[in-house]
Design a protein around this ligand. Structure first.
Ligand SMILES: NC(=O)c1ccc[n+]([C@@H]2O[C@H](COP(=O)([O-])OP(=O)(O)OC[C@H]3O[C@@H](n4cnc5c(N)ncnc54)[C@H](O)[C@@H]3O)[C@@H](O)[C@H]2O)c1
Ligand SMILES: O=C(O)C(=O)C[C@@H](O)[C@H](O)[C@H](O)COP(=O)(O)O
Ligand SMILES: [Zn+2]
Length: 362
């Protein structure tokens, strides 16, 4: 069994998300996007390439005249303009033109960086996202936010550039480490808390299958998250309003990610940021103490951190003010006005952040 989700903008279908348990339909997805006389560059990182690059290059070779690859060192430290420049150089040397296409094979780092390169190379070429982490399947491969970090500042340079297609092979999740796998649940729990408690309950009821990485249950979870994200980005593709709700947990989470020099994974930092934002929501009587405890317990059950040492409250607050979530000098915060519904608030004070962070910092 497989699933197909179509993302629309202005009621027009823009791209399909194909969820499969292997790469058997990948060739037909590639052929829909590129003509046989054109070229494909598979962009990947060193870890993902060791598992899946050969298979994907073989499939791409069935579709087009020439397939090249560009592989960079795995990890968030590579998500920067230097690596993008190296990729441009590769594409120029290989004479990539506007009708040639990039395949982003990897997690969110590969997806964000390749998407950004695709949005700028020759003023824009096509990219197909082939996410291989749970986090990338449920979140980063969908919605067209692309970009890189700049001098340590998260996602500071980027563009909205929609993928031409997204293809997920769920079996690739089997080679993730435990830490990488559970990091994806940071974004999954976020989707439930901001939009859909039925989805959240489904996760709660299927914990044992999720711990054993049942592909049938993962198919439900991945398609559930993709549908939640699809609805949000269809309403607000370029984050003029509602899309900011997807930033629940990210206001302080991104600051923690930067201050920890990316030693914590993105989903882990989102978990910490959600605890802080949940705490502020509870203190404002928007959610109850039990609801706050329930969400914190759920994050712990999914092996996500709910506290962190080594950081100071002041540095996190200061860093979060140099992030992109500022609006005319006011920090944009996402709170819960009940589990399953999030709201944007610009009146969260430093004292509220301070108190919330004292719960998160050891
Ligand atoms: N664009 C968006 O909407 C969006 C949404 C969420 C997160 N993000 C970004 O995504 C990034 C985080 O993504 P991530 O968690 O996927 O990190 P990642 O891309 O760094 O992948 C995590 C690690 O897993 C390895 N890996 C990936 N797939 C594997 C597989 N199948 N088997 C074995 N190892 C594998 C990678 O090599 C890497 O070491 C952050 O930069 C974050 O800012 C973007
Ligand atoms: O797609 C979105 O919109 C999101 O905010 C999804 C987030 O999970 C993701 O981490 C995103 O990259 C954050 O974007 P940013 O603009 O806050 O850096
Ligand atoms: Zn995120």
């Amino acid at each position: 069994m497989s699933k197909l989700i179509t993302v629309h903008y202005d009621d027009k279908p823009i791209y399909n998300i194909t969820i499969e348990k292997d790469y058997s339909k990948l060739a037909s997805v590639i052929k829909e996007q590129v003509e046989a006389e054109h070229k494909v560059c598979v962009v990947s990182d060193s870890s993902v390439a060791s598992h899946y690059l050969d298979a994907v290059m073989d499939i791409a070779s069935e579709c087009v005249s020439k397939v090249t690859s560009f592989v960079f060192p795995a990890g968030e430290a590579s998500k920067n303009l230097n690596v993008v420049e190296d990729l441009y150089e590769h594409l120029i040397k290989e004479k990539f033109d506007r009708k040639d296409i990039l395949l982003a094979l990897g997690g969110g780092v590969v997806g964000d960086l390749t998407g950004f390169a695709a949005s700028t190379y020759l003023r824009g070429i096509k990219v197909i996202q082939l996410p291989t982490t749970l986090l990338a399947m449920v979140d980063s491969s969908v919605g067209g936010k692309t970009g890189v970090d700049f001098r340590g500042y998260k996602n500071m340079v980027g563009a909205f550039h929609q993928p031409s297609a997204v293809y997920m092979n769920l079996s690739t999740l089997n080679t993730l480490t435990e830490k990488q796998y559970y990091s994806g649940f940071g974004e999954i729990i976020k989707h439930g808390l901001i939009k859909d408690m039925e989805y959240y309950s489904y996760i709660e009821k299927h914990l044992s299958e999720l711990n054993s990485r049942s592909l049938d249950v993962l198919e439900e979870v991945v398609s559930g998250s993709c549908n939640i994200k699809r609805m949000v980005v269809e309403n607000d593709p370029t984050e003029k309003g509602e899309r900011a709700l997807l930033n629940f947990g990210h206001t302080l989470g991104h600051a923690i990610e930067k201050l920890m020099n990316f030693s914590l994974l993105h989903g882990e930092c989102v978990s910490l940021g959600m605890v802080a934002a949940g705490y502020i929501s509870m203190k404002r009587d928007m959610i109850t103490e039990d609801e706050f405890k329930g969400m914190t317990d759920m994050l712990k059950t999914l092996n996500l951190p709910v506290s962190v040492s080594e950081l100071s409250v002041d540095s996190i607050i200061e860093t979060s003010k140099s992030d992109k979530k500022m609006d005319a000098g006011k920090i944009k915060f996402i709170l819960l006005d009940r589990p399953g519904n999030a709201v944007i608030r610009k009146d969260v004070t430093d004292d509220e952040m301070r108190e919330a962070l004292s719960v998160v910092l050891l």
